[in-house]
Ligand binder design. Structure first.
Ligand code: ADP
Ligand code: MG
Length: 347
């Protein structure tokens, strides 16, 4: 007798976030030491007075990076930075890193030396100990999995779910540049192949290229919080775009928000390159990925200390849930905030 046909759902019907929710629904915890499991930038564990945070990220050749224009050294650096950024997003400091790689025959020993050169450099810059990993062969290219462990005081760990009505919404640095850096690299890559070897034109794109190829994580902001007794009410790092991350904070905090167009920080070169590509800089800032900036909320009484920093922009405030999540244009129009989302997974 043949089995009845079970219903099959395509992955594309769910999308990344719904898939994670489905796979991880109602996972039980057996240990008191597990303070926070799935659902934030990192899990939080408590042993003694200190908390540990743990985050992991997987990068696949052809999905997350293209080795035609990504030097192995930069790839190693960036892979570490993406994880450090998730640790900082918990208001914690990264301490140890483990890295696993799967490599196909097309790679040389020297290429892997380069990758480790970048990884080691990131660990040196951010004072993180590389303490282990795993090595495998691969049929289809290069795969990287990095896990980072960080440390924090329990009362300072900052979650996505604890933003409060009237809190100020703040963001570090500027947004959208890494996405445009990727557009430049993709364009030059295409020209190179179409013209069978024409040289890429990459001058005048330094800032956006550096933001794509050699991003940094916002360690200095966590140091600033510690020195000034600021504990954000919520925090997340921006890897999928401002809109998407702000909606995560609002959803998990059961709150609404008003985000102001004229407050969103965009670098001059980002504006220039966006217009060259016929794109709206604002759309790149809202939905572009891989900025690795920190998005956080603080109570109103922290206004003066936050406003004293030129590398933090106050871009809106948290509202009651009933008001919804809104984007306020320069002309004062209020429109619902939506996440168009940048996701390597959906490409
Ligand atoms: P980030 O962009 O900050 O790295 P993600 O969107 O990747 O965050 O993950 C959100 C949450 O879901 C995290 O807590 C992460 O640990 C968890 N998560 C993601 N994928 C899986 C999975 N396959 N199984 C269990 N947990 C997962
Ligand atoms: Mg994150």
């Amino acid at each position: 007798m043949s089995e009845p046909i079970k219903e099959i759902t395509a992955l594309s019907e769910l999308g990344e976030f719904a898939l994670i929710e489905r796979l991880t629904a109602n996972i039980p915890h057996y240990h008191k030491s597990t303070i926070k499991g799935v659902g934030d930038d990192a899990a939080v564990l408590q042993y003694g007075d200190k908390c540990q945070v743990i985050t992991t990220d997987m990068l696949m050749e052809g999905i997350h990076f293209n080795l035609v224009y990504t030097p192995m050294k930069h790839l190693g650096y960036k892979a570490a930075i993406a994880n450090f950024s998730d640790v900082y997003a918990m208001n914690a400091l990264p301490r140890q890193l483990v890295v696993s790689i799967a490599v196909s025959q097309k790679f040389s020993v020297q290429a892997l030396d380069e990758f480790y050169g970048g990884l080691r450099h990131a660990c040196e810059e951010y004072e993180v100990d590389l303490v282990g990993g795993d090595t495998s062969s691969s049929m289809t290219g290069f795969a990287i999995s990095i896990t980072v462990i960080g440390e924090a005081d329990k009362e300072k760990v900052t979650y996505r779910s604890t933003a409060k009505e009237t809190d100020l919404i703040c963001v570090t640095g500027d947004l959208g540049a890494a996405y445009l850096g990727l557009q430049v690299l993709e364009r030059e890559n295409k020209i190179f192949f179409d013209s069978k070897g024409g040289q890429p034109r990459l001058d005048n794109y330094n800032y956006v290229l550096q933001r794509q190829l050699k991003p940094e994580a916002r360690k200095e902001i966590i140091d600033f919080f510690a020195k000034n007794d600021v504990v954000p009410t919520s925090m997340i790092d921006i890897s999928d775009g401002l809109s998407s991350e702000l909606l995560h904070i609002c959803k998990q905090s059961d709150a609404g928000c008003s985000l102001y167009q004229q407050r969103i920080p965009i670098h001059e070169q980002t504006k220039e390159v966006a217009s060259e590509f016929g794109m709206e800089p604002l759309i790149c800032a809202l939905n572009g990925g891989e900025d690795y900036e920190l998005l956080f909320t603080v109570p109103l009484d922290k206004y003066t200390i936050i406003a004293s920093r030129s590398d933090i922009a106050i871009i809106g405030h948290i509202t009651h849930k009933s008001e919804g999540c809104n984007f306020v244009t320069e002309l004062g129009q209020q429109i619902p905030l939506v996440a168009q989302g940048w996701s390597a997974y959906n490409e």
